[in-house]
Design a protein around this ligand. Structure first.
Ligand code: HEC
Ligand code: HEC
Length: 343
């Protein structure tokens, strides 16, 4: 068996002595994370320009809601990096949502969607969203269809996006178009440049934060291309989360979907790209600042109390996950004209 000394010697033999310590660290980071790649289309869910154009219009269009006031972009605003900055979202007729709105940026990279992971893809999520009582509030898809048909221009856009279909205005196709649009909403960050070998793209303090993130063990849940979004985990492994977050209501997590006691307080691990831009934090929006979210995570999930210096450097690392807003999202489209039909 190799002793630690043996491994150190082996590394010295295998790695040329000219290798920079920074490069070695980069190799280590590359084992846990992958840089963003431009390709998020799948065979089942292609990204065609006509689909994306339609999806973008539907995303920003409030005329598709029960009372004409709510679009996807109300709770997933460009200026707030795809969130609404509220602890919990508010939908039609000021109906409260039970949970915080996560960002839609890079959302397509995750293995499932929603805090409970009860949506299989961005397409599935978008199609169902139109009937959400606390979001769009439509009673059925027939009423959404009537609203779409009342807007001059949508029918032509649907025909272009689904050329082989006779009656393409369906709930599933709305989901497909919006999903294709969401698959284009990726935000390459300085950390991606770093992972690709440009070690100068992270400041020294951000690299120190990355080291902490690996050594403290955050990476065991927040790794991969999205720094999370790949599994379900209990929130509050070492003690109950509401003791520390001060949450007034206790959310049973995936238990509400599966009824399995093993899923009590289990949530999808969120991806951390752009996390600096998307307060407040956690499924209930109970924590207002990133340093506090980091401290609580270490305490609740790992059982460690972090020093202020550790927290400070991790904030700098997480800042380096902020990318530029995609052009097709930063500026809302001009919507096709047409009248809003009352309920
Ligand atoms: C009234 C506010 C509101 C509206 C309108 C709304 N959302 Fe959301 N969105 C939320 C909330 C809240 C969640 C979290 C739901 C949960 O997990 O319980 C969410 C979750 C999501 C997610 C999952 C993100 C993740 O990381 O799991 C996506 C994607 C998304 N919404 C896209 C959309 C699209 C597309 C539309 C329009 C068809 C839309 N939303 C309309 C509030 C809203
Ligand atoms: C055992 C798995 C696990 C570990 C380890 C872990 N996390 Fe988390 N993290 C989660 C889960 C699950 C959530 C979602 C909790 C919720 O709101 O229900 C989360 C949420 C977060 C959030 C809030 C994101 C948002 O958009 O609301 C941040 C920030 C975060 N983690 C950072 C960290 C940091 C920093 C560390 C290391 C100190 C860490 N996490 C360690 C599982 C983990």
């Amino acid at each position: 068996m190799l002793t630690l000394l043996g491994i150190v010697l082996l590394i010295h033999i295998l790695v040329p002595s000219s290798a920079h310590p920074e490069d070695l660290f980069l190799v280590k980071a590359g084992r846990f994370f992958q840089p963003l790649s431009a390709e998020t289309a799948t065979q089942e869910f292609p990204i065609a320009p006509e689909l994306v154009e339609l999806g973008r219009a539907l995303f920003f269009d409030p005329r598709l809601s029960f009372d004409g006031t709510v679009s996807c972009s109300r709770c997933h605003q460009p200026s707030l990096y795809g969130t609404d900055a509220l602890p919990k979202s508010v939908g039609v007729e000021n109906r409260p949502n039970p949970r915080n709105a996560p960002t839609i940026l890079n959302a397509a990279l995750q293995f499932s969607l929603h805090w409970y992971g009860d949506r299989t893809s961005v397409e599935d999520q978008a199609a169902k969203s139109f009937l959400g009582p606390a979001s769009f509030g439509n009673p059925d898809f027939a009423s959404v269809k009537a609203k779409i048909k009342a807007v001059t221009g949508y029918e032509e856009m649907f025909a272009k996006a689904f050329p082989s279909e006779k009656d393409p205005v369906t709930q599933q196709n709305c989901g497909k178009a919006i999903g294709a649009y969401e698959r284009t909403l990726l935000t390459p960050s300085p950390f991606d440049s770093y992972l690709r070998g440009d070690t100068k793209s992270l400041s020294a303090v951000a690299v120190a934060g990355l080291t902490e993130f690996l050594e403290v063990g955050c990476v065991s849940c927040h790794g991969g291309i999205a720094l999370g979004g790949g599994e379900f985990r209990k929130f509050g492994i070492l003690r109950d989360y509401w003791e520390l977050t001060g949450s007034s209501e206790v959310d049973k997590g995936r238990f509400n979907v599966t009824n399995d006691p093993a899923d009590l307080y289990v949530f999808k691990v969120p991806g951390l790209r752009n996390v600096s831009m998307t307060p407040p934090y956690f499924h209930d929006g109970s924590v207002a600042t990133l340093p506090q979210a980091i401290r609580l995570m270490a305490d609740l999930q790992i059982g460690k109390k972090l020093s202020e210096q550790q927290v400070h450097s991790m904030v700098h690392f997480l800042d380096a996950l902020t990318g530029k807003l995609p052009a097709g999202y930063a500026v809302p489209p001009t919507l096709p004209p047409g009248g809003f039909q009352a309920r």
